[in-house]
Design a protein around this ligand. Sequence first.
Ligand code: NAD
Length: 367
Amino acid sequence: MRTRRIFIKRAGLSTLALSLPFSDTLSAMNFKKEDKVLRVAIMGLGSYGNRVAEAMVNCKRAKLVGVISGTPSKIEDWKKKYSIPDKNCYNYENFDQIKDNPDIDAVYVITPNSLHKPYSIRVAKAGKHVICEKPMALNAAEGREMVAACKAAGVHLLVGYRMHFEAKTMEVVRRQRAGEFGETLFFQGLSGFRIGDPTQWRLNYELAGGGSMMDIGIYSINGARYMLGEEPLWVTAQEMKTDPVKFKENVDETITFQMGFPSGAVASCLSTYSLNNLDKFFLNGTKGFAEMQPSTGYGPIKAWTNKGPIDAEHITHQTTQMDEMAAIILDGKKPMIPVDGEEGLRDLVIVDAIYQAVKTGEKEMIA
Ligand code: NAD
């Protein structure tokens, strides 16, 4: 059997964070007045960029202070809405000059996927911390370049994995690590929505780097890893296409995939652009289970276990994410579930293996 060996390091959950009770983990979000604030410029003022900007209004440790956009009218709107000074506004041609701007600490890259790598590397070279949306890049090779560039520049590279800071998710992960479900031997991840406009960048291979797997399936990959607390050894995958006109070559509509883990656990997942409201995680162990539905949408997230519902306040995910990312960058805080470039890279290695498995029809080895 043909196999491909891909290297992945084991996930590094912070021992400190895991030893904290749930309430203390959350209270770590209560920041003190004298704490420094992370000054952020958003690049890409589209749908998600707008969502992040609105959420940041309620941040305590992160502040939107700048924009990078190719559309002057959007810059004008944002200047008024968020009181952004002229000197903190850039376009895609001149944003390297941000290196001379002492009032911006970090740039949040929220552009189509294929621009994540080149723009993140330019930001790093300008000496600013990089926050980049998922998928971090188009493939693992690009991801490695980004990690290396940020390391060379001495800046943080963080990925917009907002679920890593979501209270109910963190509580399920804490209980799994504490052994409350026994040996967790099965994970199911279902991630999908029905995509509209056939001309959008998400259906353009050059800009998206693939189809549903890059955009929404990555939540099931990432979820399997944080819910099980292990890194997969192998993947198998199968692709289905009902509309080859809308979903052109290399743009996947639906992929089912399976992952095998060192403990013997298996994950069975579905990624699709053809079904609405598909957003469910299920974790089963020898002593109990956890179920989340919705599991990765904007919330409120619902979670319950064999012992009953998990209750936690819903806070806008992007508000918590940006405050926590400020604490990571400014205070060196170690999050319970990592959000750094290595974490983004691990998912990309698995995405590569899944696409390879679709092509070969064979089991692709990852360790
Ligand atoms: P969008 O199309 O609404 O916005 C993209 C923005 O990039 C637009 O403002 C567009 O003008 C700009 N852009 C710059 N160069 C471009 C080019 N060459 N072609 C097209 N647009 C260009 O998309 P979005 O939904 O905001 O997604 C942006 C990124 O955010 C994607 O990587 C996506 O995966 C990610 N995202 C993450 C979440 C999350 O929950 N973490 C949710 C949605 C989107």
